[in-house]
Design a protein. Sequence first.
Length: 207
Amino acid sequence: HEEDRVTVEYLRDVALQAGFDARYVSMEDIGFSSETNRFYDIEENEIRCLFKLYPWEWLLAEDFGLHISAAAITLFEPAWKMVLSNKAILPILWELYPDHPNLLPAFFESERLTDGYVRKPFFSREGANILMQDRRMNYHEETEGTYGEEGYIYQEIAKSPCFDGNYAIIGSWVINGLSAGIGIREDDTPITKNTSRFVPHLFRPNS
């Protein structure tokens, strides 16, 4: 995908500026040696650190991915990110911390949400295979995709604010309790899809 390639090339350029020997490698050009327990590119250069956009759940479902635990390689994102990116954690968090202000009610059964819900696959990305069913507003929207066989969670609806027909969401990064950046995305519908727009923003100091 062109967007993924541009993302990788941008990060590669940042690494080069920092003095690292960073190279672009396609997943199909990565090999593994059982003799050395190391990964190599097509030119037989050892890969010691790897930033990937290849989903963890895909990797672990393949024989190739079984070598990772014993290999001498550092991966970005690390394996523990699988836990946070799996939406099945949301009903568990709600059970552990009910009524937490940063959580929405979430369950593995739709019957627990009588007024409506958003159904999300465990591994869905960019709004794929999302069902929004709002019985109070008589609203129904469903998106297509390739996810869902892994299972679903059902979450209370929290619609994004709408400005001039654009539904906006903010992705925020917080490091050690301090804001480290935000990204704003807008879509024509309450479900943010892979066709959403990344909106530039500007902070102005108070006068």
